[in-house]
Design a protein around this ligand. Sequence first.
Ligand SMILES: [Zn+2]
Length: 425
Amino acid sequence: MFKILRLFFAPLLLAGSLLANGARAAETIKAVKLDGSSQSARLTLNLSGPVKYTISTMSNPERLVIDLRDTQMRAKLADVALAGSPVKRIRSGIRNGVDTRLVLELTGATSAQSALLTDNGVQLAVDLTPRAAGKNKGKVQSVVRNNSAAVADTPRSNKTVKSADNGGQRDVIIAIDAGHGGDDPGAIGAGHLQEKRVVLAIARELADIIERERGYKAVLTRKTDIFLPLKTRRDLARKAQADLMISVHADAFADRAATGGSVFALSNRGATSTMAAFLADSENQSDAIGGVSVEGRDDDLVKVLTDLSLTATMDSSLRIGRHVLNSMSGITHLHSERVEQAAFVVLKSPDTPSILVETGFVSNPSEAKKLASAEYQRRVARAIFTGVNRYFSQNPPPNTYLASLRRKSVPQNVSAADNVATATP
Ligand SMILES: [Zn+2]
């Protein structure tokens, strides 16, 4: 479940109350479009420029509320095609003289994921995915963004988000990041196989496995074909208070013979191999491809790398990486027998252990074929989880359900991962 949620009511009322009547909003909504199906739809607002906005979902009845600050509606909502979508009706109103509120009446409980895209004009994209009934019911949820493409707002009140199931013990939270997406297809391999599609399928599969597992919770950075800046991915994991972030990839390499899985962690001392350096370089291009400014990236790096907590975080990342590499060796040849390290921007988190899993190379024709198959995607997802679960069963974070299991000294060999593995068809 996507969980960058927090309580949100009406702070905007105060912000705008001093504005004179007749004030002109700085930006306009030029067009509104809804694409997709009842299972996954995207609302796109074409904007005259970057805006600050907040999104909240509300229940009874189910609604999605989008507040855009200092923005005026110029599009005709009556023209938006809603048939077959999770949206029953869209209406808009003016708030505080210059703000616009859009209200989407929904057919049922729906999760929303949003990003401000700046690659082709400015667009606010909101992806809507119907939620399984019963999950998160009755909560007011909100995703908060501001006017940079990166998520800037860091909710401090997020503690309540962690699950209180399992007798007061929290879940181990795994953030899963499907690499690339939207305008950044990632590597394009044999048979025009796009990395962004392969890794989204594996990421979703992995999230399903994790969600079925007691004591674990999965958070996806993206659930659909949407572009996210690298820093946003890190920030999403951090805001979800993830115990681990796994960025899933399936890259291309100049040498088409290159095959096999590999696992990467952040390095603060240069790359451990030419391959690691090459992949970090190509992964770090993602922001440029998606049209996000890369300014400030180096400052960010300096700040992160001087943080003492990073040493511990990197140590955990390497240890988790070794477990994942180990279990991947059961399903595929390993491109490298050790966890490689390089300066991957997406892994630069001071306090969230983060690994990047290269599930294989789409540039290799036979590997591309495997990676495109749902069955192999499932096997990869299971292998990743098996490794993750081995690590967390042995090193459960405090106050987790897994920690309580360990206290009761449940034997390690009946771990959840093994049950998953034997359930393989
Ligand atoms: Zn990639």
